[in-house]
Design a binder for this molecule. Sequence first.
Ligand code: NAI
Length: 550
Amino acid sequence: MTKTSKRGIEVLRDPGLNKSTAYTEAERQELGLIGLVPDVTETEDLQLQRVLTQLAHKNTDLDRYIYLINLLDHNETLFYRTVMSDPARFLPIVYDPTIGEACLKFGHIYRGPRGMYLSMTRRGKVKEVLENWPQKDVRFICVTDAGRILGLGDLGANGMGIPIGKLQLYTACAGVPPQYLLPMYLDAGTNNEQYLHDPLYLGMRRTRPSTEELYSFVDEFVEAVQAVFPKCCIHFEDWTGADAVHLLQRYRNKYCVYNDDVQGTAGIVLAGMINAAKVKGTKLSDEKYLFLGAGSAGIGLADLLCSAMVKDGLPLKKAQARVYMFDINGLLEDTRTGLLDFQKPYAHKHPPTRDFVAAIESIKPTTIIGVSTVGGTFNQRVVESMSRINEQPVIFALSNPTDHAECTADQAYTWSHGNAIYAAGVQFAPVHLKGRTFVPGQANNFYIFPAIGMAVFATVASRVTDEMFIEAARAVADQVPSELLKQGLLFPLQSNILEAEIQTAARVAKVIFDSGLARVERPSDMVAFIRRHVYRPEYPVLASPKDKAA
Ligand code: NAI
């Protein structure tokens, strides 16, 4: 039973204690609520009906987003009850793609504080700032400097919508209890001129500092987290490509950290690749991969893919030799100058080219992966070229939001005459072609990071490793039944996401125990262990009839 020392209006103003019209008579008497709420006792299901009715009157997904965030500010349980009642419907509203628009307008639609804003002017005082957070046992901080939000670029303080949304998915998708989650915006300024001149912009009005200055501030932040929240895992989100990779390298062997753009995206795309190979009857190491885009998502995926091939027995150099990359300046090859350290393993001996189709014709990849942020770059020539070379070309167009996808599902199936094995970073509707129906999968990392989060939460893991992401990818891939694979779907259905994530978290937890990274005792039944930690959107019992009698 949850008890509280709060009384009356204070109870109603606490989103974790607010039950709106669902208080029992005993609770009303015990907590001094009589007269402060309508004198009826409603069930959560009835309250959910009211929410759905009110949502039906909203005209746009952004209005629905604002409504739901407002609900969260007042009544956390009912918010999660709503989102978890129909994930396939609500995840696109509380997260991608609506979140992109919400971020663009964040300063304008802002209603009240959520999470923490830590600006560089607080240098030297970060520990004191963290101590202002009311919860003392924080297990996850999702932190962004908003250097690169989705495919939308530098959004400065408007990027705060992302850590807020990401952490909601820990709860909605995998059942991590919300009180342990802290969204954070690390304000290092912005180079976005529009926001610097917008009177409603909520961040520091200065351009971004040097990398050295930024990293020394991040060092102070990461160290302060260890002191204030010793069981906390730091989830880096939507930093620019180079910062994402470099900060991960800087902390991953020392602290409990991960970067979702690098590792989470890699995990879900790897799951798609495992299933694409299953459909073709091949192995990961039989395939040849060409990336369009060599930023944080591309490099993270290439590295994880190589680790997975190494785990399957291929030497690292041979695994890397199967991966090519092409970016805004053309193919990464061994004569190119100015490549970043982490891109060099994929710069193979090959004549320079700036023509992607020429690169396809020469390299003959079986799989192309779009992580370029540029919509339409997998044009008809690209898909036709892949189809000439491969019976079943694997085409992953992962950039988001929707108009940034390298090609749509319809284009991929039409131009390949229905032969493509396709996945996107956003949700596309089923495609009907020549009497067949194709169900395009969404390589959304929300199948991976909430499950990793749940496994880390339950085991109190001290590190997050690539092995955990590879196992998560395998677990996700294993949960797609063969009938759905035949229709082209490479990922589990969103409607059953909580159960899928529980199964994935259990497999990741096993890896955590096997690697000696857990800080709790090993349970005998891993799935039951995870289930014991799952948050359920049910109101706390705040008083029972007995309390009144006593
Ligand atoms: P980034 O900014 O670090 O890298 C972008 C890369 O694309 C760079 O290598 C750049 O040179 C290259 N590029 C830009 N324009 C190009 C062009 N016209 N032709 C060829 N290459 C070009 O971005 P990051 O973090 O790697 O993200 C890339 C995309 O992946 C974004 O659109 C993002 O939305 C998407 N993504 C998708 C996820 C998912 O779950 N599906 C998760 C994370 C990222």
